[in-house]
Design a protein around this ligand. Structure first.
Ligand code: GUN
Ligand code: FE
Length: 420
């Protein structure tokens, strides 16, 4: 059995709003799991991260792999124009295996040097290149989910599937993805406007047959919501349009949820579905500000997500900053919206809360998966550095070094990245 211990300044959150830390501590790992955090050295191999921060791996609950190529471009439009003018044309290119190979290699390389250990990604409608994406994530050591996207209406010809073919390809995707150990398939209807009722019915059968998770978009943009009302006059809400196909459960991630009404909040709570809060994307696409305090108070499950490339950065540190920033703006601008997220709360959402979707990850409690990130702040430029607590050093790092490469990263106890 492989036992080792990481020696450094260890910090994590077990509950919203408060950090735990052990300065100059030892994080002991056996095989894939966390064993303990202690202040005395255990008698096993020690990995030296002295003077470095040791944090749990973060989870990105929602990103679009094929959009990374234009991450940081085309931020002047709202959702539906942005999709038609920029996103769909780019996603069409992923029919080409050589293009997809190059683009996905770059994404995975950049993800590896950041703080994420778990991801739930969208591919495109193309089965083979989405399998190629999964293979790259798996080989890099990532755990999580990837989905072949389904679209059979209201989309350009080059990105529109025939309903029956979309279903057959989805089953082929699910079966072929079975060869991966850590990356798993997730059913991925893009959103209601691009999926016919017949497609949704067929997907719900596949979900039941293979007991699969689901990811999609919900209540992101006001024009989108109006459109869904027209498309589904029989549904009492946008969330209900998914629910009637069995797509809301504790194995569902719904991205955005900027505009959930009371009925939808209750439905999401009852089903135990996860919200992928995407503050950067919601600002870039002028979508709005999701009332996260209200959702937390209502008992909803919430994690954070980059939503690349609605979000213009892959860095979950940047997303933590933005989650805090937009919650402050909402508190200031909208009476009764409740207090803003604290740094500790936002870190909790990015680590343990979002991690819950993947199992036990994002905390250093015994039995959690050993997903660990080491951050080197030893040469930090702030002259305050010698006086700072571990918590303050982490906050400084998240704000000052969001895009910097991590020093090392472990997923399920295995080192998957090291700066050297
Ligand atoms: N809704 C449907 N597709 C998308 C997408 O690619 N990005 C975002 N942000 N919202 C969507
Ligand atoms: Fe998205």
């Amino acid at each position: 059995m492989a036992v080792f211990s990481i020696h450094g300044d260890i910090i994590w959150t077990e509950e919203p709003g408060s950090f735990r830390s052990v300065n100059n501590g030892y994080l002991t790992i056996e095989d894939e799991k966390i064993v303990s955090v202690s202040s005395s050295a255990p008698s096993c191999r020690i990995v030296d991260a002295e003077d470095c921060l040791v944090i749990p791996g973060l989870s990105d609950l929602h990103l679009h792999a094929p959009q990374y190529a234009f991450c940081g471009l085309y931020m002047d439009e709202e959702l539906l124009d942005w999709l038609n003018n920029h996103t769909f044309p780019e996603e069409g290119k992923y029919a080409d295996a050589e293009y997809a190979d190059r683009a996905y290699s770059k994404l995975v390389r950049d993800l590896l040097r950041g703080p994420d250990t778990r991801v739930s990604v969208f591919g495109t409608i193309h089965t083979d290149t989405t399998l190629c994406l999964m293979q790259k994530l798996e080989e890099a050591g990532f755990s999580g989910f990837a989905g072949k996207v389904n679209m059979d209406r209201n989309s350009p010809d080059f990105l529109t599937e025939k309903t029956e073919q979309s279903l057959a390809e989805t089953e082929r995707f699910v079966r072929e993805a079975g060869k991966f150990r850590n990356m798993k398939p997730v059913i991925t209807p893009r959103f209601i406007p691009s999926c016919s009722d017949r497609l949704m019915e067929g997907l719900s059968e596949i979900i039941r047959k293979y007991d699969l998770p689901v990811q999609s978009h919900l209540d992101e943009n006001l024009s989108e919501i109006e459109w869904v009302k027209e498309l589904c006059p029989y549904s009492s809400s946008y969330a209900d349009a998914y629910d009637r196909f069995g797509m809301l459960s504790s194995k569902s991630i719904m991205a955005h949820c900027v505009y959930l009404n009371d009925e939808e909040i209750e439905l999401m709570r009852k089903r135990g579905s996860f919200i992928a809060h995407s503050p950067s994307s919601n600002a870039n696409l002028s979508s709005g500000i999701a009332p996260i305090r209200k959702y937390l108070d209502a008992g909803l499950k919430i994690g954070l997500s980059s939503d690349v490339s609605g979000g213009s950065s892959l860095s979950m540190f940047r997303i933590i900053q933005d989650a805090i920033s937009v919650s402050k703006l909402l508190w200031r601008l909208k009476e009764g919206s409740g207090r803003a997220l604290s740094f500790a709360e936002a870190f909790y959402l990015a680590s343990k809360a979002g991690g819950e979707f993947f199992g036990k990850t994002g905390s250093f409690e015994p039995g959690y998966d050993a997903d660990v990130v080491i951050l080197d702040d030893s040469a930090d430029s702030t002259i305050l550095r010698p006086e700072l607590s571990v918590e303050e050093r982490l906050e400084y790092y998240v704000y000052a070094h969001a895009e910097k490469s991590v020093k090392a990263k472990f997923i399920k106890g295995r080192k998957v990245f090291s700066e050297e």
